[in-house]
Design a protein around this ligand. Structure first.
Ligand SMILES: [Zn+2]
Ligand SMILES: [Zn+2]
Ligand SMILES: [Zn+2]
Ligand SMILES: [Zn+2]
Ligand SMILES: [Zn+2]
Ligand SMILES: [Zn+2]
Length: 288
């Protein structure tokens, strides 16, 4: 690559030299210039850029001739001035950024191996929510996975009844995805049975004390069958107990945020919500 550049600029210089004689013909104010100007001193134009040579310009030495000639000045090209831009996680509303380098001179972006990034959007991590895939929330209009960081209703999808489903006294019509009751069971006298509270373990969720109708399986908080409640609201959290120290779940690397969490003391392999942490290494961030 470098070799090719040198050859190219050599060819360019030769062409420029040849053009010195050509440019003079017929248009010089000094008659001596008709066969070529006399360019002696070239002054540097201080215009070198990143990996691009600057130029130098000479003015014809002969009297009454103001012709100028500009050519490339070899060896003046400058290296990029790399500034590291470190990883920043996105939030619900703000974009994040991948670790990369910015040249403070030409403003081009480079990846961690200092290769030019053509599309500047490549380093952007677009803002987006953090949906809890294991959990449903719903409104009468539809269901969604709640964001673990904000309360915004996000990606509301209409409820969907099973095909051809119709309410009977034995069952209402429930959304196939989230379990929302689209149509209640046909009117009947609920036959209530008391279900006592149970405790959660690591693998099974306990339930709060409640009543269940042995006809339609609807659940109620009390024996009057006026306090209908969904099973999801009766489930108690799993019985995990968290360690006090963090364990790294995903190692952070120069361009990537890592995550850590507190493991369950019972050895079930579950852990708390992931807490992000950044790669911090002076050697890396100073190596620009
Ligand atoms: Zn001249
Ligand atoms: Zn540059
Ligand atoms: Zn959110
Ligand atoms: Zn639904
Ligand atoms: Zn019932
Ligand atoms: Zn556990």
């Amino acid at each position: 690559m470098k070799k090719l550049k040198v050859i190219l600029s050599l060819v360019l210089s030769i062409m420029m030299l040849l053009s010195i004689t050509a440019c003079g013909k017929g248009n010089g104010a000094n008659p001596d210039c008709k066969d070529g100007h006399l360019f002696v001193y070239y002054y540097y134009n201080e215009d070198a850029g990143c990996e691009k040579n600057g130029t130098e310009t000479a003015t014809c030495k002969r009297a009454n001739c103001n012709a100028t000639h500009t050519r490339e000045r070899e060896g003046t090209m400058l290296p990029h001035r790399y500034v590291i831009v470190t990883y920043k996680a996105h939030t619900c509303t703000q974009d994040g950024v991948l670790t990369h380098y910015l040249c403070s001179r030409c403003l081009n972006l480079f990846d961690q191996e200092k290769n030019l990034i053509e599309d500047k959007n490549e380093v952007i991590i677009p803002a987006s929510h953090f949906p809890n895939e294991a959990k449903w929330e719903w409104t009468a209009e539809g269901h969604y996975h709640p964001c673990t960081k904000c309360n915004e209703v996000n990606d509301l999808t209409p409820h969907q009844a099973p095909e051809g489903a119709q309410a009977t006294i034995f069952s209402g019509v429930y959304c196939v995805d989230c379990g929302y009751e689209i149509t209640p069971a046909l009117p009947h006298t609920h036959q209530l049975k008391f279900v006592p509270e149970t405790n959660s373990t690591c693998t099974e969720q306990g339930v709060k004390a409640h009543y269940i109708c042995t006809v339609c399986n609807s659940t109620f908080l009390d024996a009057t069958s006026s306090s209908k409640v969904y099973m999801k609201d009766l489930l108690k959290p799993f019985g995990h107990e968290w360690e006090s120290e963090y364990t790294v779940i995903e190692e952070a690397s120069p361009g990537k945020q890592g995550t850590k969490a507190k493991m369950c003391k019972h050895g079930c392999g579950e852990y708390t919500d992931l807490t992000p942490y950044l790669y911090e290494d002076k050697d890396y961030t100073d190596n620009v």
